[in-house]
Ligand binder design. Structure first.
Ligand code: ATP
Ligand code: MG
Length: 451
């Protein structure tokens, strides 16, 4: 409304200014004609009698000028040598820029007796003892009537503009309200929805809003998949927790029933192992939920030296992580910088090292290497010569809770899912391939370099 009405009012203002000049013109044209008629009428009655100019003033000529607004009229007739023949001797002089030619009336504005007046003047020639002489007739009229006419014209114009603006306002108000009614209905329908209701919005909306509704529908569809996957994850997690917890409970009850202290110790050892597995599961679950919330990789300012990070994590892993006689080697280019979160990258690497050590037999060889390829990518390889992962399993192992059957009882199937999540968040990706000489496993993580 404001954007419509303010410009309209501005335009109306401009039109009123134009209207003022037009009205003044119209009033002048109309009343100048009367003034001229009066001047002509007087000039017709100027005669030369015995060498003198004599005026037989026709009073009607002045009467027609002093009308309703009580305009006052003044006149004078000026003979040769500026001698005033009759009338008001002190009428204002002709302005300098007015050129009075014989027979042509002129009009000008002046002030007389402290009042604005309009003056008409006419020069006429007469012949007196073979000489051509001139006399001048001037009639001045106060401007009351003209001002009244002008005011009337302006007032009408202003009234018209006012009514127009008012009408436009009312029409716009109703028009916009009617046009937006579907939006109000849409708003009510959306407000009535329960938070779980993520069906697409199907409402008749104006064309201009249809694109917005489509975008909202797409967002809701994505939200629904997202919520579904979160719910699936929660129920999977609960399910995964149930089995080890049931085992723990069984073992605890068994220990309570057992008399023989050796047997009790054996059961407690098994119970400790189950507890360790469960807390590993809890840790991995926590990692996953932390990663999905983190903003890793989006911070493009800080770079992490992947070579140093990988060599540190590998060195720390050696004392406790390896099985007997397993060996580990590290090889890396000097400085390889990637965007990202150092803690998450450490977690990625420890998961991969744990897997290599866990699924390879003793005396296995594990190689960690970090290098950069020419295409702005850092490549982190963890290679072992263990049992390997069958090609048909290489996609599945990245799924949450997925474990390759018969690979040993430890583990909850989240390690590679965590690795994949971290890699994706850093703008990279991870693949599983053959190890060296076609045996074992290579897990390759590619991350964008800081350029
Ligand atoms: N280096 C490897 N060599 C052989 N098999 C592997 C290797 N790494 C992973 N796997 C296989 O991939 C499966 C998934 O590994 P992942 O790390 O995701 O789960 P996990 O080790 O079972 O559990 P978690 O790591 O969460 O404790 C494992 O069950 C294992 O069979
Ligand atoms: Mg693992």
């Amino acid at each position: 409304m404001v954007w419509l009405l303010l410009p309209m009012i501005a335009v109306a203002g401009v039109m009123m200014v134009e209207g003022f000049y037009a009205a003044r013109n119209a009033a002048d044209t109309a009343y100048d004609r009367l003034l001229m008629a009066s001047v002509l009428a007087i000039s017709e009655r100027v005669v030369v009698e015995r060498g003198e100019l004599v005026v037989d003033l026709p009073y009607v000529a002045l009467d027609m000028l002093s009308s309703a607004a009580q305009d006052r009229v003044f006149y004078r007739v000026v003979g040769p040598n500026e001698t005033v023949v009759t009338g008001y001797a002190d009428l204002p002089e002709l302005p300098d820029d007015v050129d009075l030619l014989a027979g042509e009336p002129v009009f000008f504005n002046a002030v007389y007796k402290d009042t604005d007046v309009r003056v008409a003047a006419l020069n006429r020639a007469f012949v007196f003892s073979d000489r051509t002489e001139y006399y001048r007739v001037e009639v001045a009229q106060t401007k009351g009537e003209r001002v009244l006419l002008m005011q009337e014209i302006l007032l009408r114009a202003a009234t018209r503009a006012g009514i127009l603006i008012l009408l436009a306002g009312v029409i716009t108000w109703f028009g916009v309200a009617k046009g937006l009614a579907p939006l109000t209905r849409l708003q009510e329908a959306v407000a009535r929805r329960s938070p779980a209701e993520l069906r697409p919005i199907q409402h008749d909306v104006p064309q201009e809003v249809a694109a917005l509704v489509r975008a909202i529908n797409t967002l809701m569809a994505r939200l629904e998949t997202n919520i579904e996957s979160v719910q699936r994850f929660i129920s999977d997690a609960a399910h995964q927790l149930r089995t080890p917890l049931a085992t723990i409970r069984g073992q605890a009850e068994l220990a309570l029933d057992q008399q023989d202290s050796d047997e009790v110790a054996e059961t407690l050892a098994a119970l400790a192992k189950s507890t360790k597995r469960t807390s590993r599961l809890a840790d991995q679950l926590l990692s996953l939920s932390r990663i999905s919330r983190s903003e890793a990789g989006r911070d493009t300012h800080s770079g992490v030296n992947l070579t140093k990070l990988a060599s540190d994590v590998t060195r720390e892993f050696v004392p406790n992580g390896l099985k007997p006689d397993q060996e580990i080697s590290f090889e890396g280019d000097e400085v390889i910088k990637v965007h990202g979160d150092a803690l998450l990258l450490e977690e990625l690497l420890s998961n991969l090292l744990e897997n290599a050590a866990q699924y390879c037999p003793p005396e296995a060889m594990i190689d960690v290497s970090v290098r950069a390829n020419g295409a702005g990518t850092a490549i982190l390889d963890i290679r072992d010569d263990g049992p390997g992962i069958a090609p048909e399993e290489r996609q599945n192992v990245f799924e949450r809770f997925y474990r390759v059957a018969g690979s040993g009882e430890q583990g909850c199937g989240l390690g590679l899912a965590i690795v994949k999540e971290i890699a994706t968040q850093h703008g990279g990706h991870v693949t599983v391939g053959d190890g060296a000489d076609g045996t074992g496993t290579t897990v390759r993580v590619k991350l964008p370099l800081v350029l």
